[in-house]
Design a protein around this ligand. Structure first.
Ligand code: ADP
Ligand code: MG
Length: 698
């Protein structure tokens, strides 16, 4: 595609600023812009004009329907389509779309998860237009990004708390920048660039695997002779089928205004990554949802299936999402930009300190924000950061902070050499680049990169946590600065105190090593290994208090979220267990029997020819496979019983814990026997495409 074409295509399906300027009356455009800019509501007459212009534009793009596009707590997006048609007196129709329909929708919400927030008799949920994220046309539908809440205004979605958290951190960040002399700053936004990992597998093979179809991951599968040990896939040459998928994906995303920038192969065979250029957080969250949706759609067109699960293949790298996060003023200053002399840059220092303190104080929240059944398989495996939260700052910054902590004069803090940091980081294994890939939370030049997110999840939860916890430390720091006579001196005092109190969170060494696990325990860092360990802590009292303080989530909303996440965990395991039972009972056990029968036939044949012929190999295989099948059969029955027992648990937490402690364990045991059988049963007798087929045959 030529450069000109790309420029024409980019945003062509988006009702963006230039379309608005072109199509809206000047005063409407100005009113809308200032409402968006100041984060204020929009009045009805403006909404009517905007709606009408939007409708005309969408119809020109081929749209016949509109939808309020929202993000319920299922983690994906939802849409209910209405057509534009309205009847006229003379039996014809006209195409209509009012301001009322633009601003507010009432989808029947009774089937979306609410964690007890919305009793079924009050099934009504409301969607409300988010004018800060542009409307767009997808297929034949005008999609209007909206927030989704209950009758009483409680958030039933992921966007509402995200918008609230962006306001919370902005409010406190503004106090800080104003106190530090940047009086002209009117807005501070959080920005995010989410890198997205995924797998592509052949569609026919996918359809032959019930585990992939129902669970998104393989529940059994013996390792192929070749995995990722050669590192030949990472950044490798794209296969033609994958390359044409990526070209079309870029194209589709560009039309929707998504800044798809980098596409490459990832570490595992059949694994890939897409990174967009960063943007305002709520827009980044919307765009990430669109990206995941488009990946699936475009893959389908190419005879492929896009797997977004965190761990589709055991023993092979899983997929995550990297959340690159920063804060930027409307005057163009990135608060996390160190500049040439970080030690003399109070804005940078105080923001850095705020993030350090926030991450240390709220390790639990970051961990909770990435807790799902799928991600549990990934965190702590050897390609993903462990479930322990720590921060990588690099030697230079760490040394600078250590110097400030020790009271080295400001100007000299700039010049400290590399040795000073040694005491802060005893368990160090020096990374040869300054970018530590094993850290869950790394400073990468002018932003922080959080790497624990699962590939399938929305980025909203993580950013709600980031924004709120940084808002809370900013609040504390701003209170201190307000009382100080010498603001700059106070910044250094704050940094010193932060380093003193929170340096345990800084770790520049190898996050995958066992030595780190012990070291982290000695430092008193949290290690919430699974979703069931982590999620109940969301409702800890200090968390409820903090979310309330910043008006991000109420106690009721928090409790409902705990319930939904754990309910979802149990549901996922329920489906996985049923799928495994079905696969074992109807396909694997019979397949092993069938092959054993062949082997028995071979033994019989040999005996018939000459009883002294050697049939020891056949007999050994028969014995091994019979033993494995006996265990698979026994464990499958046990799994059935344990699922029934799990379902009898009434309390959401107890139920999830039962699934984690008992059901999951039996599933893993079954897998061991099934995989050992797969390794000796010939391909033709095994009911499923192998890992080798799935990973290498695209
Ligand atoms: P990599 O981590 O692969 O080296 P980059 O450092 O270029 O890649 O960026 C990774 C992601 O971080 C990209 O999505 C990029 O747009 C995003 N990013 C860069 N600057 C910022 C920022 N100030 N705020 C948020 N995200 C950013
Ligand atoms: Mg990265």
């Amino acid at each position: 595609m030529s450069k000109k074409n790309i420029c024409e295509i980019f945003g062509s399906n988006v009702f963006n600023d230039s379309v608005m300027r072109e199509r809206l009356p000047e005063d409407t455009y100005a009113a809308l812009k200032s409402a968006i800019k100041e984060g204020k509501g929009i009045d009805r007459s403006i909404a009517n004009t905007v709606a009408s212009a939007m409708k005309d534009w969408a119809i020109e793009k081929g749209a016949t329907h509109f939808t309020h596009w929202f993000q319920p707590l299922t983690g994906i997006t939802a849409e209910k389509h209405d057509s534009f048609i309205a009847p006229t007196d003379d039996g014809h129709i006209i195409m209509e779309f009012s301001g009322k329909e633009l601003i507010k929708g009432e989808p029947d919400a009774s089937s979306f998860p609410s964690g007890g927030l919305r009793a079924t008799f009050e099934a009504r949920g409301y969607t409300a237009w988010d004018p800060s994220s542009y409307a767009f046309v997808k297929d034949d539908t005008l999609c209007i990004p909206t927030a989704f809440c209950s009758y009483l205004g409680e958030a039933l979605d992921q966007k509402t708390p995200l918008l609230r958290s962006m306001e919370a951190v902005e409010k406190q960040a503004l106090r800080i920048v104003h106190l530090l002399g940047l009086k002209d700053v009117k807005r501070v936004e959080t920005t995010v660039g989410p890198e997205q990992e995924y797998f592509l597998v052949d569609k026919e093979m996918y359809l032959a695997r019930p585990d992939l179809m129902f669970c998104g991951r393989t529940l059994i599968g013996a390792m192929p002779p070749k995995g990722q040990e050669m590192d030949d896939h990472y950044f490798g040459v794209l296969k033609p089928r994958v390359a044409s998928f990526m070209r079309e994906l870029d194209n589709e995303l560009w039309k929707l205004g998504v800044l798809a920038k980098t596409e490459h192969n990832e570490a595992a065979p059949a694994q890939h990554e897409l990174a967009p250029i960063f943007t305002t957080t709520n827009i980044a969250a919307d765009h990430n949802q669109l990206t995941m949706e488009m990946m699936k759609k475009v893959a389908d067109k190419h005879g492929l299936v896009c797997l977004l699960h965190e761990k589709p293949f055991d023993g092979v790298n899983g997929s995550g999402k990297h959340n690159n996060w920063s804060l930027t003023t409307d005057t163009g200053i990135n608060l996390l930009s160190p500049g040439k002399k970080p030690a003399e840059n109070p804005i940078f220092l105080i923001t850095l300190a705020a993030v350090i303190a926030a991450v240390d104080k709220h390790q639990d929240l970051l961990r909770i924000s990435v807790a799902t059944a799928g991600n549990d398989h990934r965190l702590g495996a050897n390609e993903a950061p462990p479930a322990i939260i720590s921060m990588f700052l690099g030697d230079e910054l760490t040394d600078m902070l250590t110097a400030i902590e020790k009271g080295v004069h400001r100007d000299d803090a700039q010049k400290v050499n590399m040795t000073v940091g040694a005491e802060v980081i005893p368990c160090i294994k020096k990374d040869n680049t300054d970018r530590n890939r094993t850290s869950p939370f790394a400073f990468t030049g002018n932003k922080f990169e959080f790497r624990m997110l699962g590939s399938a999840s929305s980025i909203s939860d993580t950013n709600v946590m980031m924004n709120t916890m940084v808002a809370d430390t900013f609040l504390e720091f701003a209170d201190r600065l307000e009382k100080a006579d010498d603001v700059t001196a106070e910044v250094f005092a704050i940094v010193r105190d932060t380093v003193k109190n929170h340096k345990r969170i800084i770790f520049n060494g190898d996050g995958y090593s066992d030595c780190w696990k012990n070291e982290a325990a000695a430092r008193g860092l949290l290690n919430l290994e699974s979703t069931v360990d982590a999620v109940p802590h969301l409702a800890d009292e200090e968390n409820i208090a903090m979310f309330k303080r910043h008006k991000v989530l109420s106690k009721t909303e928090i409790n409902s979220r705990v319930e939904i996440v754990l309910e979802n965990y149990s549901k996922v395991l329920h489906i996985e267990a049923l799928t495994l039972i079905d696969m074992m009972s109807r396909e694997v056990i019979p397949a092993i029997m069938e092959y054993n029968d062949i082997l028995c036939g071979l033994v019989n044949n040999k005996n018939a020819v000459d009883a002294s012929l050697d049939a020891s190999v056949e007999l050994e295989l028969i014995a091994r496979l019979s033993a494995a099948n006996r265990e698979i059969y026994r464990l499958t029955a046990e799994l059935k019983n344990s699922v029934a027992a799990a379902e009898r648990e009434e309390d959401v937490i107890d139920k999830a814990v039962y699934y984690h402690d008992t059901v999951l364990k039996i599933m893993n045991d079954i897998r061991k026997y099934a995989d050992s059988a797969e390794a000796v049963v010939p391909k033709d007798y095994w009911p499923y495409p192998s890992y080798g087929d799935l990973l290498f045959k695209v």
